[in-house]
Design a protein around this ligand. Structure first.
Ligand code: PLP
Length: 437
């Protein structure tokens, strides 16, 4: 395991021999080898250092190898490494208590899962059970996970080859830069997106719709901060038609936007909140559904037909407790807010002023995106070859970026320092400057 003589090549060969990778044709993969990490830094087997501006899959909000989280997991490991979900376990109860303390009033239970997809599966299941209805409305610009209903609720291209679950309907969510509603400003975009959603509800038949599932701030789809009033409008539609509102906070939640939950920016409360990723930075896989009192009361009397062997796994729970405590003690959420407002947003604005291929920069906290275009007039997305070149040159300069389609998502850990944030921005800027077209 800890063989000091291993090289990058050894590890890559072993990977290519036996590991089947996610979302890929397996034949031509060339995975970057990573051995170890600390904070925002990662190293390979040959001592090459990377600044992690991806937070892996936007999940290591607390950074790599945080000592308090490691200590929490180790303490739990010494006491009990695993236990069935039917038992009462202190770490699990404490994790639920700490999560509920960070959400608005009106939520009183947490159902734990192994990650974000199964959090959404179970939120959908609860919504269907409580309404007796089947359909789930979700946005085209979204990602909700790779499993049965979650991947069909997803709007992006990954849904299409996986459309086996039934009862899913999609709608267009607001995205002013590429408005589907011919909108000229935020207000028009929000209002017209709401009118479109109303028409979808009416056309599908409100009495058939169990849930509206929405990423509070769509992440993989491009970090699309919703216009003022949009989420209030969705809440009002859900109330008008008796639909359960689910906010997917898997990527945006637990510090990423500079608040505990992304929904805290908008003052809108859903009926169910799903989470994963930043809840414990993925040190041990975990996710879950935060259940409102109303839905919770339904399941006081009615059986919940769902469960997982590892629901509330004690190591994951210990990681949650230690992560939330450390984030609080070290004001990591405040740091995400300050770095976003004082370093990333102004730095990205400068980058946008410097390079014509930047169409738009946007985001909240350490959840920002640079959208690249062929030219500002047509807004045509920058081609895949150029995006590949950009990615390679950032990696070459020691930055691990999160590149999606024609965008660079600027998503370092929430504990990133101002100096690290500036270093990352400067590598991004140099890569844009050296792009040959
Ligand atoms: N929901 C959102 C918003 C996500 O970004 C993701 C993963 O990227 C998921 C759900 C799925 O989470 P997981 O990969 O842990 O199943």
């Amino acid at each position: 395991f800890y063989n000091e003589s291993l090289s990058n090549q050894d590890v890559k060969q072993l990977d290519r021999k036996g590991v089947f990778h996610s979302w890929s044709a397996q034949g031509s993969l060339d995975p970057l080898v990573i051995k170890s990490g600390s904070g925002c830094r990662l190293w390979d087997y040959e001592g090459r250092e990377y600044l992690d501006f991806s937070s892996q899959l936007v999940n290591t909000n607390i950074g790599h190898q945080h000592p308090k989280v490691l200590a929490g997991i180790k303490a739990q490991l010494d006491e009990l490494a695993t236990v069935a979900p039917s038992h009462a376990n202190y770490a699990r109860g404490l994790a639920a208590e700490k999560i509920l303390a960070r959400v608005p009033a009106g939520f009183d239970k947490v159902f734990f899962t192994n990650g974000g997809a199964d959090a959404n599966e179970n939120a959908i299941r609860m919504a269907r059970a409580i309404t007796g209805r089947e359909k789930v409305l979700s946005a085209y610009r979204s990602y909700h996970g790779g499993t049965g209903s979650a991947i069909v609720a997803t709007g992006d291209f990954r849904r299409v080859p996986n459309e086996y679950a039934r009862g899913h309907v999609h709608f267009f969510n607001p995205y002013l830069y590429r408005s589907d509603f011919w909108a000229q400003n935020e207000e028009e975009e929000g209002a017209r997106a709401l009118q479109h959603l109303r028409r979808i509800i009416e056309s599908e038949g409100a009495e058939s719709i169990a849930a509206i599932l929405l990423e509070t701030v769509p992440g993989t789809a491009g970090i699309l901060v919703p216009p003022k009033g949009y989420l209030d409008g969705v809440r009002a539609l859900a109330d008008e038609f008796g639909i359960v509102l689910i906010f997917d906070e898997v990527m945006a939640g637990f510090g990423r936007t500079g608040k505990w939950l992304a929904m805290d920016h908008f003052g809108v409360t859903p009926d169910l909140i799903t989470f994963a990723k930043g809840i414990n930075s993925g040190y041990v896989p975990a996710g879950g559904v935060i259940v409102s009192e109303r839905i919770s009361r339904h399941f006081d009397e009615n059986m919940f037909f769902g469960g997982l062997t590892y629901s509330g796994h004690p190591l994951a729970m210990a990681a949650i407790c230690a992560t939330l405590d450390a984030m609080e003690e070290e004001d990591i959420v405040g740091n995400a807010e300050r770095i976003g407002a004082n370093v990333l947003a102004p730095g990205l604005k400068q980058i946008a002023e410097r390079y014509d291929i930047v169409g738009e920069v946007r985001g909240l906290g350490v959840f920002q995106a640079i959208e690249l275009v062929e030219d500002r007039e047509s807004r045509q997305p920058l081609n895949a070859k150029a995006m590949g070149q950009l990615k390679a040159s950032m990696v070459e300069c020691g930055l691990l970026p999160f590149v999606v389609a024609n965008r660079i998502h600027v998503v370092p850990p929430c504990m990133v320092t101002a100096q690290e944030a500036e270093q990352g921005l400067s590598i991004i800027s140099d890569a844009l400057g050296s792009l040959k077209r």
